[in-house]
Design a protein around this ligand. Sequence first.
Ligand SMILES: [Zn+2]
Length: 342
Amino acid sequence: MPIEFRREFEFSRFLNPAKDFEESTFPIEFRIDPLTKDMGIVVEFGQSRSEKPDLSRLASESLERGCPFCPEAIEKVTPKFPLDFCPEGRIKLNKAVVFPNAAPYMSCSALTVFGPQHFIGLTEFTEDMLADAFLASQTYLKRVQEHDPEAKYCYITWNYMPPANSSQIHPHLQVAAGHFPLAYHRNLLEAARKYHSQNGTNYSADLVAEEKRLQERYIATLGNTIWLTSFVPRSAQLDILAIFQERESFLFLTPEDIASFCQGLINTFRYMDDTGFYSFNLCFYSGTIGEDSLWTQARLIQRGSLGPLNISDVGYSTLLLDTKLCLRYPEGICHKLKPYFG
Ligand SMILES: [Zn+2]
């Protein structure tokens, strides 16, 4: 099996004031991602439990500024698609609504609002609520493909709550497509292509097989989705992967695939809520259609401040040295997540 979960250890020595200045040795684990070669550092410092702020207060304060996604405003203040793209102006599926992003980051850029409810706590999301938003987003992206087949790099992302960079409390997805992949996605696609040419196999298939064999980070299989914790986490406290088997593009996910994914999300949300986590980023990454090198995967990372001073969860190592610092072992998190997946 060509997949290698590479770990390297370094040790830091110091005279420890907590032990009357006896010499202590502190282990530091460096990890290298088997595909992208991203580097991460995993260390556990015995941190305190995360505390959720008063979210109902945050929700009511956010309403005082006015919310463009609430039912009384959404039809009046959100943009509509050009007539040649979408004669009805906005794409709707049950309570989910898709409309153009007024602050676009890519040539095709939309937002999907989950429904009329201004604040939805992590444990209040239902499978239908989630599925409608993802399926409505997929409908938008399929329409983009019909109008601009070259805009083949598509993104479905979710910033949930302010620590994850969400400017609106009202839950919504960012949905976008462009003519070239964004940087990390480009790395994934190129590395998977190289892996396929060297090994003749699909990286995602090999990863799933190896993680199932090792049973260290494999959480569960739900329908067609495989749930893992990431070997090199991109977040300090939680990084989960959902892999859609045999699906090269988000566009190919079936309603059953989406339903399985939403079930896994609900399980993850229950774990997060019990752990004091209340904010996350989510991104779907598609493979390259016809290449059989990478299956579609979704990645969820926890966001939130750390410690009594509420310091940011990212610092110089992540932002300036591209080395992710993780404060909890993915293998331990996997063990804690398993009961939530039955
Ligand atoms: Zn609202």
